[in-house]
Design a binder for this molecule. Structure first.
Ligand code: WTA
Length: 656
């Protein structure tokens, strides 16, 4: 791990920011969150979390709030709860069956509306089907679907019967799917024939067919018919509509222990093997519901909320499925890309469904900025009353544009910091309280304790920069890495003894507001997606032409960071085939990991800069990738190497 605190990100974000935006008196008067929350959490943190847990429906109340055997936490011990019951049955039993849960809009323009009553029926049928297939409490089910209602239905059906879901983003390759299925030993894969993206039916099932050749634990594949495209069908395959549609729409759910596994979600770490982040039930549901209600100021009777995240990421789990559904929220779910059929698509949907709360990522906001104001300006966006951002630091310029052009200068912006591991938002403004600053996530939510510390674990204080660490356990924290307890302790709890190290750099400004500075480890953030440098490096060296590879994340106007790879070719491979080889290598990475991991640039070099102990000095490569003067290179084994790399680059560069 490098010690430097992402210099490339910090330079930009550390500029002095004087602008403050106070919430309007009208917003304050109606806000869910009031300063009393902070007082309650400060007075008695555990009691505060107990109060939040009490908002959920429990079959049996817990006997102990927290058992903390560092680094292993248990919350609401002895409690019994069902996630799907809290998301569905409860609303129907309390008279909210007719409220819309999802307005689904397919990319081709097909629509479907699901009320909470409909969702309960669909999830019950799916739960009965899973039981018929032989899935039981404690099993793992892999879900590999596009952004369609069946994705949420499948997740909730698993939760209902106590099977842990492992959702794999539909953009990942067959090889990535194999690794995730085998690690979790999933018995079933739920997928679809395909989904619509950029105006075409994109097949998904072939990747599953390829994957299941190498996944001995998979007994069946359940296939949703979405596009109707030609689909090969084998002995393990079952059509969703053939088994689910004939089930009873009643399902009596069982209640599980508060610490029963709810899901595993794989995320990139600093090695090539993704980490299976494990979340359990009671604490996770408590904190996702609480944060959703307070950060987004949800008024479930009237708001229409749209989180644009895919179900394959943690944001889709916590803020498209569990948090919003527990709060009885009406949501928009959109299958496709924001530029199909026109660059105004998202804005047209905001107008059509009168969306009042929009939660999206900085990379999309910057894309909209590039496309131009004519697209948002062509639609009526006055239904919006609150805007959110997640996934990477949002640059002040994009924040201001979001506020002015999308929010009409009237909507508070919540820049929410959190991670797959944290389960829920931990750092964010509260919209009726916080005076926001463009680009800052501002402060911790009630009940959360975070510190910015230096290498010696000293708090940096206002005006200082360092590492973000969490010093107290929280209910929705990860419970571990699936099957790898030592890796869990080592990755998160060893850098600073007894503290959770998030992997992010942060700065406190003069007023104590928190500014996130990006990753300080070997994890890149491309369009808000975490990809490890090592993962891409090992994909590259698995190609026969590559002897060695070093990958860095370089600043990118649109995607936050772009992947730049430096490769040394094996002897005998001709470098003058440059363009062909570059394309082949990029396609190879897409095949190994998925198109999101394709390097933006591949640079062929003869040597890599290494320390005397053989560690690659990525910092210097980042300087090259970002066209900067090379920084301090005194620890290089061969001081001439950077000059040679720069000179050699003119011939090996490729970009598209
Ligand atoms: C980054 C996504 C700055 C950060 C929810 C973190 C952010 C990683 C923000 C987690 C934000 C997320 N400001 N950086 N508001 N939100 N990040 O697990 O580097 O996909 O560690 O979870 O994204 O990414 P993950």
């Amino acid at each position: 791990m490098s010690n430097d605190i992402s210099p490339e990100i910090s330079i930009d974000n550390l500029g002095h920011e004087d602008r403050h935006f106070a919430p309007s008196p009208e917003f304050v008067a109606q806000a869910n969150a009031t300063p009393a929350l902070f007082e309650a959490a400060k007075a008695d943190r555990l009691k505060f979390w107990e109060d939040q847990a009490s908002q959920l429906a429990w079959d049996k109340k817990w006997s102990q709030v927290l058992d903390w055997q560092l680094p292993f936490a248990k919350w609401f011990i002895g409690g019994k709860i069902n996630a799907a019951y809290n998301c569905l049955d409860r609303h129907v039993l309390e008279g909210r069956a007719d409220r819309v849960a999802y307005y689904f809009e397919g990319e081709p323009g097909d629509t479907k509306v699901y009320t909470y009553g409909d969702m309960l029926k669909e999830v019950s049928k799916a739960a009965n089907a899973l039981t018929e297939i032989g899935i039981k409490s404690g099993d793992r089910v892999a879900i590999y679907l596009p952004m369609i209602p069946e994705a949420a239905i499948a997740m909730l059906a698993c939760a209902r019967i106590g099977a842990a879901h492992s959702v794999v983003f539909g953009g990942f390759s067959a090889d990535s799917l194999v690794a995730r299925i085998n690690d979790a030993q999933a018995k079933l894969v739920i997928t679809s024939d395909g989904g619509y993206r950029r105006g075409a039916a994109m097949a998904l099932k072939p990747a599953v067919d390829e994957a299941v050749k190498s996944t001995p634990t998979v007994e069946n594949v359940l296939v949703v018919k979405r596009t109707g495209q030609e689909t090969a069908f084998g002995a393990k395959d079952i059509w969703w509509h053939e088994i689910v549609d004939r089930q009873s729409d009643k399902h009596e759910c069982e209640f599980f222990d508060s610490e029963h596994p709810l899901f595993i979600l794989y995320t990139s770490g600093t090695t090539a093997k993704p980490k299976g982040i494990l979340h359990t039930t009671g604490g996770y549901l408590t904190q996702t519901a609480f944060s959703h209600k307070m950060v987004f100021d949800i008024k479930a009777e009237k708001d229409v909320y749209w989180c644009t995240a895919d179900i394959g990421w943690i944001t889709g789990h916590s803020y498209v499925v569990y948090g919003p559904m527990i709060n009885g929220t009406t949501q928009v779910m959109y299958e496709g890309t924001p530029d199909t059929p026109s660059k105004a698509r998202v804005f047209q949907l905001i107008e059509k469904y009168k969306v009042s709360i929009l939660y999206t990522a900085p990379t999309l906001i910057r894309t909209w900025m590039k496309w131009g104001v004519e697209f948002p300006n062509s639609c009526d966006l006055t239904s919006l009353r609150l805007l959110g951002s997640v996934g990477e630091p949002i640059n002040p310029e994009a924040w201001m544009w979001y506020r002015e052009v999308i929010g009409g200068n009237r909507c508070p912006i919540v820049d929410t910091w959190w991670q797959t591991e944290t389960g829920a938002i931990l750092i964010s403004p509260l919209p009726g309280i916080t005076h926001t600053k463009p680009g800052s996530a501002m402060g911790t939510l009630p009940g959360i304790v975070a510190k910015v510390i230096d290498d010696e674990e000293r708090e940096v204080g206002n005006g200082g920069a360092g590492y973000l660490a969490l010093t107290e356990p929280w209910p929705s924290m990860l419970r571990g890495i699936w099957g790898e307890p030592e890796r869990y302790a080592e990755t998160y709890w060893s850098r600073f003894a007894g503290k959770y190290f998030a992997g992010d750099g942060a700065k406190l400004d003069d007023e104590g507001a928190i500014w996130l500075l990006g990753r300080v480890d070997d994890v890149m953030n491309v369009s808000g997606h975490r990809i490890s440098t090592t993962e891409v490096e090992s994909a590259l060296v698995s190609h026969p032409a590559v002897a060695e590879a070093a990958v860095v994340g370089a600043k990118d106007e649109m995607t936050g960071q772009g992947i730049v790879a430096f490769v040394i070719l094996r002897g005998g491979i001709e470098h003058h085939e440059g363009e062909v080889l570059n394309k082949e290598l990029r396609d190879h990475v897409a095949k190994e990991i998925g198109p999101i991991a394709k390097p933006r640039q591949i640079l062929v070099v003869n040597e890599l800069p290494k320390t005397r102990s053989g560690k690659i000095m990525r910092r210097l490569l980042r300087d090259v990738a970002e066209n900067r003067e090379t920084g301090d290179a005194t620890t290089l084994a061969d001081p001439n190497i950077m000059k040679l790399i720069r000179e050699g680059l003119n011939s090996g560069k490729s970009e598209d």
